[in-house]
Design a protein around this ligand. Sequence first.
Ligand SMILES: Nc1ncnc2c1ncn2[C@@H]1O[C@H](COP(=O)(O)OP(=O)(O)OP(=O)(O)O)[C@@H](O)[C@H]1O
Length: 623
Amino acid sequence: MSIQKGNISIHTENIFPIIKKWLYSDKDIFIRELISNGCDAISKYKRLITLGEINEEEATKYKIIVAVNKDKGTLSFTDNGIGMTEEEVQKYINQVAFSGAEDFFNKYKDKMEENNDIIGHFGLGFYSAFMVSKKVQIDTLSYLENSTPIKWESEGGIEYEISKSEEIKHRGTKITLFIDDDSKEFLNEYEVRKVIDKYCSFLPVEIYIEDESKKEDETENKEVTPLNDINPLWTKSPKDCTDEEYKDFYRKVFNSFDEPLFWIHLNVDYPFNLKGILYFPKLKNEFELVEGKVKLYNNQVFVADNIKEVIPEFLLLLKGVIDCPDLPLNVSRSFLQNDRDVSKISKHIVKKVADKLKSLFKNEREEYNKFWDDIQVFIKYGCLKDEGFYDKIKDFILFKNISGEHITLKDYLDKCKEKHENKVFYISDEKQQSQYIKLFKEYDLDAVVLNSTIDNHFMSFIEFKENGVKFNRIDSDISDVLKEKEETEENKENKSKILDLFNEVIGEKIKNYSVESLKNEETPAIILVSEESRRMAEMQTRFSGLDLGMNFEEEKTLVINENNPIIKKLVSIKEDENKKEDIKLICNHVLDLALLANKELSTDELDLFIKRSNELMSRAILL
Ligand SMILES: Nc1ncnc2c1ncn2[C@@H]1O[C@H](COP(=O)(O)OP(=O)(O)OP(=O)(O)O)[C@@H](O)[C@H]1O
């Protein structure tokens, strides 16, 4: 055949330098594009065999070979797929591939200054080869009988030359890139491997890498294994996968040493195609949350991590892989945002997650209880982000109670209905509130542990969603709950004596006083803080510097235990003039001990407390 020359039909002469500059940050995608093209060519060939159009050659091993050659400055991609005839090169390379580049340019030329995260999702296909090459050469031989091997060459992507190829002897295509001086990293086998690992780890055709500049003896005894896994676990049917396989896959894909708690294998054929595995990792602390990663694939080709248009934001705390062949993933993100199928997929994923939680709750409750501490932050976050998710899983939300059991809100409310209807008592700090927990146990009351940062929001959210339900911290006003018996006249009189005494000695330092007969005689008094005032005060601290219009202080009640021997004694010596000083010291000390058990004392309060303790000791010994 004679040599043909031509001009690629590109109207915008300077399109290439612009695209090249613009694509700079994502330029490694050309490797993904060229390998995917090879993979497509092999799939097309296989399809023709299935259709009976061609007879399968014996023992064909379909593969793509990526070869770096530092000496020649080339990087090549060879496949044994369908190949191209001269007409096809004219049509697909000169017209299709280049019109793709032109479309790209036209579509985004107005957005040149915007961020460039759409670039990786726009399939520039074959044209992307020019991002790193000064010259690109195609050698191809079509599967059709008596085809002529074709060589296509272009420097700079504007002009091309077609001639007969001397290089290619077998069916398939070899794309050779003569790497530009500013892209020399792609002549490094290790660098190329890294990019293949990133994008092509699960491509359905085996990929091999060779370094042609290495001497024969350097490569001789090396075991040749493909770089990718052509049958990743998500492509298998869930019933054929073992737990060990799921865990291995997790460790391999996410380079994690930890074990996932459980996983969901997504396998949808209708109304859209979706396959994938979502793992629930152990999330011991809230700061780890940012590490989640959901990798999105399009027919086993990696597209991007964490595309929030497809995967609801809160699920990005999980780790996983999603393969959506139906998604137009090579278009811009703004397109994805407005695509109805995309939002359907996202809803479907949320539903599957909810179904899995339900099934664990119903069928593996013991295990579910164990997982709860690890997944609770994720679930609560999900509920806050997506009310629909909350509605689906609200009956499977667990609360750990003071006996260490995991119960649902309904369990709790049913159990406590008689004593405090619709009121949920909670513990925000088990150590600090231990005195109150003890008290609750003595009274056979229950409280739940809600001690992570997200719990404050979560409680308000449940109060908003579940009409009438109120959360009260365990040290909030519990006097009603503690009241056990009817008051007698004698009782009342005694109470008012105690109240008078404390009012007189301590006065307005404490807003409210109350006297109760607590079961445990040892404790002289406890402090209770009104739930509302505490929430307001906390909000004020959180938004410190913000003027909320008034100054919120915690509203405290000192609950004095009339059963305590010290309190009893105080009442009996109340009128004794000689004991006035002792009474004052002890009343103040009772208050400080109660405050101390509730929260740390302020510096001034602590100062006074220490002074008084010393005085009390010296009085006990010296008087
Ligand atoms: N290795 C190959 N073997 C056979 N045909 C190829 C090969 N590479 C490219 N082609 C042909 O050239 C066409 C254009 O390729 P290009 O990568 O630009 O676009 P595409 O693959 O169709 O779409 P995309 O933009 O998603 O990559 C392909 O559709 C295919 O017909």
